[in-house]
Write a protein that binds this ligand. Sequence first.
Ligand code: IPM
Ligand code: MG
Length: 356
Amino acid sequence: MSARLLILPGDGIGPEIVAEARKVLDALAADGGIDFELETALVGGAAIDVEGVPLPPSTLEAARAADAILLGAVGGPRWEHLDIAIRPEKGLLGLRRELGLFANLRPALLYPQLAAASSLKAEVVAGLDILIVRELTGGIYFGQPRGIRTNDRGEREGFNTLVYSESEIERIARAAFDIAMKRDHRLCSVDKANVLEATELWREVVNRVAADYPDVVVSHMYVDNAAMQLVRAPKQFDVIVTTNMFGDILSDQAAMLTGSIGMLPSASLDAGAKGLYEPIHGSAPDIAGQGVANPLATILSVAMMLRYTLGRPELAARVEEAVSRVLDQGLRTADITAGAAAVGTAAMGDAVVAAL
Ligand code: IPM
Ligand code: MG
């Protein structure tokens, strides 16, 4: 059976890095390893330029019809003057919400070859393997009411709402416990239950779900402490489950422990096997079009797609091993190594294909 894949290159370095991921997909197809139909559509600023909106109905339609979606990145200074409701980021947020992609998996895995690139001492990060499970369709990102209004003193005020229902907490907690069962059986739930009622409930529901997973050791941490622990002793973590906004912040922080945010893939999954796969970094407008961006996070996102949507863990492992092999060969993009020694985006993609 052939899988339907939708490619959304997006903005900035998005098209460049997605092109390298495509080479990997094509190589796997040529090998007879996998069969898929590819479609490409516009999202983010690229869609605003052509259609006037960041998530055109045709893109959403194609996304609904697809089994899996591979996205580059969205956003850039060109669109920053636009109203927040029609900025490129809304294209991505709309996809997450409309497709019910509530479970965002963000692994922070240190490749031993890159230990020296980490901002922390090599012994603090050696062997690091954390999976952040970020709630992705609720919380303060989507809570109503929201906006900017004039209060009764005549002053403008901005406001957002942090809201989580029990069912929203329960389903992300279950997803995280299920993942912890397949890893080291340790789950740390990150909240701010000492201040925010929404996360007081979060903690209560996580504890309730924990009763169904007696083999998982559960802990709870306030987000400020979690941010500190991530740089103090990151290896204490196996799986972290947290809210949409805390997960946004902690996953960027955890990424840096691994040497470069340019290495980290992500999967955003619905209640079934459908997923949107993207690097966790952004569109990097400062280096867009120069052919220097690191395509490995996007290529590793293809590996996650093979594992979580396409049910081909052996092919996922093959891609991950190919990435490891190019690192063994000493190949590094400019985000990891400065100067003339760095290889470009296409050369890195070609090397991964060769290593496959
Ligand atoms: C991410 C990004 C997005 C987010 C932006 C681009 C809307 O930072 O995926 O982490 O905040 O979720
Ligand atoms: Mg982010």
